[in-house]
Design a protein around this ligand. Structure first.
Ligand code: FAD
Ligand code: NAD
Length: 471
């Protein structure tokens, strides 16, 4: 076995590279296969990182406008799209290049190419210089996901974008229709609106971000109504045609216009599909479920004992930190450790402005399960720090077990919610009680205090917000 690869990782995203690096740190002989020049996957090349670089710029633009309320007036920004694109690409290059270095330092063999399965212990890797067979003891499939689309979209039309082409930032269109009011639609809609596009969002369900608690979404929706041209709920696109003036779109549903509308660009953001159609997978015992995700057990092992699957290809939520953590579980399981992927909380963050973040049990889930809960909310209007930032459009809430007083979930909407939620994740994982949050001294004046203050609301003793004691 000495020459054999102990672990072959297929796909170099946050699941794949985290797994490959940990395996190397544990002393395994590791190969990592991905078509890009360096590890990074969707997240670094065309997902989390470029979108957050652009969202940072969007926030700066919005804040500079808001500054007029405080007596500081900046002139309207001049957007140099080429320079902005260059900066965003620089961030990606730096980060992915760094991962390439880290792979070398750990002696992870990085193969730039595409893998197909020959059998349960062999992949064939097609590289620029030919084809190589790689035998392995264990493999981890981390092939990620790709954008889904809707029927009737004109094929090959450069004005119909998905998240990948929207992040390329070829131009800033005058008008843009975003199909899908979820993570990508709202994040990238925010970017284009800040850069000067008139953005309309069409969402087929009755609210933005289905699955997220409505009180959190309401705070975001209020702000988005100001920056977007329109938000059409309970509406679907039924026809899209190319014309000289742009894409002519017909809608059907309660929130849409009767007449067709024309947009310079349309961004389709209706979800993602797992990349489980890996060539040759039929030569193994790996099976997929009805939604196309690779079926795995708690160790992330597939129906083929030598092959594990992690990240977007192995199920929802399709989030980078979930992929990386699964990578840890799979590597430890492959190395013989007694582990399982059983998080109590996987945080979700939507990096709009304000941000929305939640972790653990949501109020919506609890109500759906008829599970008794106590919800304690602290509105940011009562937060000194939120006032100093002129960002009182926020809410921190705790979902608490009424019997044990254990914190089961946390939801936050407000500036920086994505950073604040980490305390909730730790509290849930550590089985903290509401009183643990209440009695932990939080720095003043910070937004982090709102977590402690929500716990104070639960006990009926919130210094800054009067709510009578619970019976
Ligand atoms: P991926 O990152 O999808 O990587 C899979 C890799 O496998 C790819 O490089 C692919 O080319 C390669 N591959 C596929 N088939 C083969 C093969 N046969 N051989 C070799 N290689 C192969 N998540 C967050 O947590 N936070 C965010 O802020 C966030 N923002 C996002 C923004 C956008 C616009 C998008 C699209 C996604 C975002 N996500 C975010 C989701 C996140 O990108 C994914 O959850 C994450 O990348 C999944 O990681 P992964 O390792 O499963 O696979
Ligand atoms: P999504 O599932 O978040 O949102 C898709 C939205 O489109 C839903 O609200 C859905 O109801 C709506 N929709 C579906 N079909 C439609 C139709 N025909 N017409 C109108 N609306 C329709 O999917 P996404 O925004 O494409 O993002 C994909 C995934 O990528 C996310 O679920 C998330 O896992 C990941 N992601 C995460 C982040 C982050 O963590 N900040 C950012 C971007 C993407």
């Amino acid at each position: 076995m000495s020459d054999e690869t102990q672990l072959a990782v297929i796909g170099g995203g946050p699941g794949g590279y985290a797994a490959a690096f940990l395996a190397a740190d544990l002393g395994m002989k590791v190969a990592l296969v991905d078509p890009e020049a360096n590890p990074g996957g969707v997240c670094l090349y065309r997902g989390c990182i470029p979108s957050k670089a652009l969202l940072h710029v969007a926030k700066l633009i919005e804040e500079s406008r808001q500054a007029a309320n405080w007596g500081v007036k900046f002139s309207d920004p001049k957007i140099d799209v080429e320079k902005l694109r260059g900066w965003k690409e620089g961030v990606v290059t730096k980060l992915t290049g760094g991962l390439g270095q880290l792979a070398k330092q750990r002696s992870v063999r990085y193969l730039r190419g595409t893998a197909s399965f020959v059998n349960s212990n062999t992949v064939s890797v097609k590289t620029a210089s030919g084809e190589e067979k790689l035998e392995f003891r264990h493999a981890i499939l981390a092939t990620g996901s790709r954008p889904a689309t809707i029927p009737g979209v004109p094929a090959g039309n450069g004005n119909v974008l998905d998240s990948t082409s929207a992040l390329e930032l070829a131009s800033v269109p005058k008008t843009m229709l975003v199909v899908g009011g979820g993570y990508i639609g709202l994040e990238l809609g925010t970017v284009y609106a800040a850069l000067g596009s008139k953005v309309s969002v069409v969402e087929m369900t009755d609210g933005l971000i289905p699955g997220c608690d409505r009180d959190l979404v309401a705070v975001l929706a209020k702000r988005l109504e100001k920056i977007f041209d329109s938000i059409m709920l309970k509406t679907k696109v039924v026809e899209m045609k190319e014309t000289d003036k742009g894409l002519r779109v017909k809608f059907e549903g309660e929130g849409g216009p009767q007449n067709a509308q024309t947009y310079e660009k349309v961004l389709i953001a209706v979800g993602r599909k797992p990349n489980s159609d890996v060539p040759g997978l039929e030569n193994t015992r790996v099976i997929t479920n009805s939604r196309g995700f690779i079926q795995v057990n708690a160790q992330r092992q597939t129906a083929d004992s030598s092959i594990y699957a992690i990240g977007d290809v192995a199920g929802e939520p399709m989030l980078a930190h979930k992929a990386s953590h699964e990578g840890r579980t799979a590597v430890e399981a492959a190395s013989g450790r007694n582990v399982a992927f059983e998080p109590r909380a996987i945080p979700a963050v939507i990096f709009t402005d304000p941000e929305i973040a939640w972790a653990g049990l949501t109020e919506t889930e609890a109500r759906g399960q008829n599970r008794p809960i106590h919800v304690a909310k602290f509105p940011w209007g009562a937060s000194g720090r939120a006032l100093t930032l002129d960002r009182t459009d926020g809410l921190t809430k705790l979902i608490i077990d009424p019997e044990t007083e254990q914190v089961l979930g946390m939801g936050i909407v407000g500036a920086g919610a994505g950073e604040l939620i980490a305390e909730g994740v730790l509290a849930i994982e550590m089985a903290a009680l509401a009183s643990d949050l209440e009695l932990t001294i939080h720095p003043h004046p910070t937004l982090s205090e709102t977590v402690m203050q929500a716990a104070e609301v639960f006990s009926g003793t919130a210094t800054d917000f009067y709510r009578p004691r619970r019976k």
